[in-house]
Design a binder for this molecule. Structure first.
Ligand code: NI
Ligand code: MN
Length: 225
């Protein structure tokens, strides 16, 4: 499995069979100006919640790729009203076996409204089991005790927010890595806006001191998981 980072919380996982794009927010992100949205053609787009900084490029990429959107049922209703019907709705705690592997929607502690003020349901994270790997995409979330429920999932990698202010910061993400029992962490949701700017070296040092492998991928970079 390969992961490509497109900035903020936008991640593409290539399972070998299909590509899964999480939380598309590229064109409004000045740090991701080198990324051409037209080149991104996933098979599935997974949404953690309805905030603008997670769905800004949803419509453009879905139109270009005809991808199936995976999201919570409440966002499915909103997309249906906008004429998008290629949507697989889920809800917290539910898993489904897709052609490429298993997806489980898990709890995230955050908020979720859509850009027009519509109800976005609960925010969510995802567990992905595909091609022999177990990956957790936390979405926007605080540190929560519910993360301990993932300790037995034998996670190979986890995408955790580390930018603070809107989500967990570095220290809570280190605690979260312990709760979920995963040593390989890829940081997301940092540096995009002034309130979530981090000192990357300090974050690297803190994770290393905790015995954890933190990857802060340059935007556009691909990592073999
Ligand atoms: Ni959010
Ligand atoms: Mn966000």
């Amino acid at each position: 499995m390969k992961a490509t980072y497109y900035g903020h919380a936008t991640v593409q996982l290539d399972t070998g069979k299909v590509s899964l794009l999480f939380d598309p927010f590229i064109r409004p992100n000045k740090l991701a100006a080198a990324i051409d949205v037209k080149q991104i053609k996933p098979d599935f787009i997974l949404l953690s919640h309805g905030h603008e900084d997670h769905i800004a490029d949803l419509f453009e990429i879905q139109k270009n790729s005809n991808a199936t959107i995976i999201c919570i049922a409440d966002i499915l209703y909103w997309l249906n009203r906008k004429g998008i019907t290629k949507v697989h709705g889920m809800n917290i705690g539910g898993a489904f076996r897709f052609e490429f592997g298993r997806v489980k929607m898990v709890h995230a502690l955050h908020s979720s409204s859509l850009p027009d003020g519509s109800y976005g349901g609960s925010p969510a994270g995802y567990l992905i089991q595909a091609n022999g790997k177990n990956v957790y995409f936390a979405g926007d979330t605080a540190l929560t005790y519910d993360m301990k429920l993932l300790a037995g999932e034998q996670l190979d990698w986890a995408f955790l927010p580390i930018g603070d202010n809107f989500t967990m910061g570095v220290d809570d993400a280190i605690t979260a890595a312990g709760f979920i029992n995963c040593k390989n962490i890829i940081g997301i949701h940092f540096n995009t806006f002034p309130p979530i700017q981090i000192n990357e070296q300090e974050a690297m040092d803190k994770f290393a001191k905790a015995g954890l492998n933190l990857q802060l991928l340059p935007i556009g970079q691909t990592l073999q998981l």
